[in-house]
Ligand binder design. Structure first.
Ligand code: CP
Length: 332
């Protein structure tokens, strides 16, 4: 039984099959792939797009979604093994995953890092525990990667610039007042290199590079799929000739848990915001962001309101790609 936890577990052609199905859904195809099926959506963190698109996608394919918020509307869970459960958790993931598997045909998890210790957070314990003890497929709704967003992003890229291979793609760090998850940034590198794009990571300095695991996978993907991967701290060099600019803010990993120290550094790079002047250096480039996004912090009003901004298309695509992912997993 295959889960959908990271696109690293899937070949380019397997992902392309999902994207082709997502295109059919986007063009109006209907499906009853989830008729009489149920989907558990576990949110440990807030959401607008993910929750709406999974609930509606399940309903549109004849199924029923149950939304649970552990620690709020559902019991707080423990993910420690062998411990005496004398803290706030009322239930262990072992029982929760097994019970939900008796009720539901798919289990979807959103569980962000705790932002205290990256060496611990990078183990992705919550979704891995669900995958271990569930007897139905598990889908990642964002943990330390965001694979559903990856497919929605690639569907939008293909829609707007055609075949992605060898097109210049830039993932740019951008400023946010708080340190954010690296999940979408990791995912951006994974999917753009998986589809053979010439990928540049633009970030303020070495401290904002991403985890070696994802930098390494990006390099490996680029070698396997005919693209390239490099990084720079030079804004002009990165934007020059780019066809896709994807913006995201994230906290610097060496300062994980020491966020007051990190903020002093991060605040020096507010000029990384994507604006019309920077976009003018691109090759008629398209701009996108996963959303939610703070205007005039990450990207200017001018960029967000431009005809080259494809962020709303990407958000819409969440619905289509997730219907394709759920169909693939339920039919395996
Ligand atoms: N992009 C994304 O996952 O949006 P939400 O956090 O609103 O679900």
């Amino acid at each position: 039984m295959k889960h959908f936890i990271t696109t690293a577990d899937y070949s380019q052609s397997e992902l392309q099959t999902m994207l082709d199905m997502a295109d059919e859904f986007k063009q109006g195809a209907t499906s009853e792939a989830l008729k009489n099926k149920s989907v558990a959506l576990l949110f440990f963190n807030p959401s607008l797009r993910t929750r709406t698109s999974f609930e509606l996608g399940t309903w549109q394919m004849g199924g029923h979604a149950v939304v649970l918020e552990p620690g709020k509307s559902a019991w707080p869970l423990s993910f420690e093994f062998g411990e005496k459960m004398d803290g706030v958790a009322e239930e262990h993931v072992i029982e929760a995953a097994k019970v939900l598997s008796r009720f539901c045909d798919l289990i979807c998890i959103r569980a962000f890092p705790k932002f205290e210790n990256w060496q611990d957070d990078r183990k992705d314990k919550v979704i891995k525990a669900f995958a271990q003890y569930s007897t139905v497929p598990v889908i990642n709704m964002e943990t330390i990667t965001h694979p559903c967003q990856e497919l929605a992003h690639m569907q939008a890229i293909s829609q707007h610039i055609g075949k992605p291979q060898k097109k210049k793609y830039v993932l740019t760090w951008s400023y946010h007042p708080k340190p954010l998850n690296t999940a979408v940034a990791n995912s951006s590198l994974l999917i753009a290199t998986k589809f053979g794009m010439d990928v540049t990571l633009l970030c303020p300095n070495e401290r904002f590079l991403l985890d070696d695991r994802y930098m390494g996978l990006a390099k490996q993907n680029a070698e396997q799929n005919g693209g390239s991967f490099n990084y720079t701290h030079d804004i002009d060099e990165a934007y020059e000739g780019a066809e896709i600019i994807y913006a995201k803010s994230w906290g610097a990993l060496p300062y994980f848990g020491k966020w007051d120290e990190e903020k002093i550094i991060r605040d020096q790079y507010q000029h990384f915001m994507v604006d019309e002047q920077k976009m003018a250096k691109t090759n008629n480039g398209k701009f996108s962001h996963c959303l939610p996004m703070r205007r005039n912090m990450i990207a200017s009003d001018g960029v967000m309101d431009s005809n080259y901004c494809i962020a709303i298309d990407e958000a819409e695509n969440r619905l289509h790609v997730q219907k394709a992912i759920m169909t693939q997993l339920i039919n395996q």
